[in-house]
Design a protein around this ligand. Structure first.
Ligand code: SF4
Length: 332
């Protein structure tokens, strides 16, 4: 999938299928997923809760949690210019990549930090695990620098603190420090600010933007918030019920959305200038993915659905350079 702005691929996801084998049945969480993240870009994946964003991000490092399984597809990672399929690497090879070349920032910093160890210890251990520093002394010096870089107040003191001694925003800054500690090539941020208040959220998004720019990182940002997409991203993939339904440069998505679900997401974005009454939530809920609707998965909620939509699944087609849509009516 080409991008007019970025040229060199870092990760290519090809024809990915991820299923969860539960007692209730097989949850078809991700199907027919293909996209590329290019070096140096800020790529977003947006959609409602439960649409498969986090599962996709975990598939990139082959860490889909049980009872999930990647049943088909490839995740091609360009390592020193050479393509390797992440899904075919051994655990040992994957350990070299995870945390060092591909790092995660998760939504809930409490779950990412060990309550039994200080912030400093956890940053240093991540670096020692990947041989980024030679010893503890060098590690602690570097950890203070990292905390200073993420604007942690009083980093020499905070490094001695346990997670419960920090505020939510400070804990997330510590998690970002751990993510950055080995200077990864790809930083995956899964709803990194949604558990924080609006002011801290804005500060952390600004921080992420600066770090990506200054260190030349590639960012894969997962969010349910179109406002965050507008502020942060170069390109965006819109996910619905495990399928990418639209993928385009961010300006194009906001100016010229083609898929009814994307249009619905945009109508549900609060506009500070508009009357709150004019917000239009998308009617209905995402389907049960044990029994996904036939044809287009969005058809039970789509105001434009026709007979063909209920029978046949639309393919993802390129409607203009770099703009892909999965809808039978994309030309209308
Ligand atoms: Fe709506 Fe049909 Fe397009 Fe699906 S394919 S989004 S149901 S118009």
């Amino acid at each position: 999938m080409s991008s007019p702005q970025f040229r060199e691929p870092l990760i290519e996801v090809k024809d990915l299928y991820v299923y969860f084998y539960t007692y209730a049945g097989v949850v078809k969480a991700i199907e027919d997923m293909t996209f590329t993240i290019y070096k140096g870009e800020k790529f977003c994946m947006v959609g409602e809760t439960g649409c498969g964003k986090s599962v996709t991000s975990r598939a990139l490092a082959n860490i889909v949690p049980s009872p999930g399984r990647i049943v088909k597809g490839k995740v091609i990672y360009y390592r020193d210019g050479k393509p390797v399929n992440i899904l075919e690497l051994s655990e040992e090879q994957l350990r070299e990549i995870r945390g060092k070349e591909i790092a995660y920032i998760v939504q809930d910093p409490s779950s990412a930090l060990d309550p039994l160890y200080t912030i400093g210890y956890q940053i240093v251990e991540t670096m020692i695990d990947h041989y980024t520093v030679r010893d503890q002394k060098e590690g602690y010096k570097r950890a203070v620098e990292l905390l200073r870089e993420v604007l942690m107040p009083d980093p020499e003191q905070r490094i001695k603190n346990y997670p419960h001694e920090l505020s939510g925003g400070q804990r997330q800054r510590a998690v970002i420090s751990i993510g950055l500690s080995n200077m990864p090539r790809l930083l995956i941020a899964d709803e990194p600010t949604s558990s924080l208040d609006v002011t801290v959220q804005a500060q952390l998004l600004e921080l992420l933007r600066r770090l990506v720019r200054e260190h030349g990182l590639t960012l894969f940002l997962i969010t349910h918030d179109m406002g965050v997409v507008a502020e942060m991203c170069d390109r965006v993939a819109v996910l619905y019920a495990g399928n990418i339904v639209e993928l385009a440069p961010v300006d194009e998505i906001f100016k010229n959305p083609k898929h009814p679900y994307t249009m619905g997401l945009l109508r549900a974005v609060p506009n500070p200038q508009a009357d709150i009454e004019k917000l239009e939530p998308i009617p209905g809920t995402i389907p049960n993915l044990i029994y996904p609707p036939p044809g287009c998965r969005f058809h039970p909620r789509c105001p434009f659905a026709r007979d063909v939509c209920k029978r046949e699944k639309p393919p993802l087609v390129e409607v203009s350079p770099g703009h892909y849509v999965r809808c039978w009516l994309h030309a209308e």
